[in-house]
Design a protein around this ligand. Structure first.
Ligand code: SF4
Ligand code: SF4
Length: 170
């Protein structure tokens, strides 16, 4: 079962991700000079990379329990690379006012929750992703690699980890 989002990546998933990264980098290579002039944005770069990653990861998603609206894993401690953060920032700054405010409010709430916690306590606390809206990912095409590679063949441990995060290994 591929369950861990960040701590334990299966060797197959890791290899596929490396391959996708290499292929994506090479596909993007000719465009890199224009990035410096601002003609290619972080969002365009990561979308290009994600296309390769999704192709490579597609074979692993056969037979998983993951489906739209299943959000138990969207309360975990998740990481994103700097380029992914810039791409998401670009997206957020393009949102209309009320939705951008909603994201900022949730980020502020999350910061307040997380700041006093140790890393272990953080891992044991459900914190809603600011991009989770009505149990759906509002940045699905832009979700970071950590989210893209995370999947499970059985939703039972995901539910257990959500309902009792202190006893789960997540
Ligand atoms: S990893 Fe678990 S909680 Fe997340 S979508 Fe898949 S089955 Fe649902
Ligand atoms: S970015 Fe999307 S998939 Fe990832 S944790 Fe947030 S809502 Fe879930």
């Amino acid at each position: 079962m591929l369950f861990q989002r960040d701590k334990k990546t299966s060797p197959v998933a890791a290899r596929l991700a490396q391959t996708a990264y290499r292929d994506g980098s090479s596909a993007l290579g000719p465009k890199l000079p224009t990035m410096r002039t601002g003609e290619v944005t972080p969002r365009a770069v990561v979308i290009g990379f994600y296309r390769h990653l999704d192709d490579a990861m597609g074979v692993l998603h056969l037979g998983t329990a993951c489906q739209s609206g299943c959000d138990y894993c969207c309360y975990y401690h998740t990481v994103a690379s700097p380029m992914e953060v810039f791409a998401i920032r670009e997206h957020v700054m393009g949102l209309d006012g009320p939705e951008r405010e909603r994201v900022f409010d949730q980020l502020a709430q999350n910061l307040e929750t997380i700041q006093p916690l140790t890393p272990d306590q953080h891992n044991e606390t459900n914190v809603p992703c600011p991009f989770l809206v009505s149990r759906h990912c509002s940045i699905y095409d832009l979700r970071p690699v950590a989210c893209r590679r995370h999947h499970c063949v059985d939703v039972t441990p995901c539910k257990a980890a959500f309902h009792d995060p202190r006893t789960s290994d997540r």
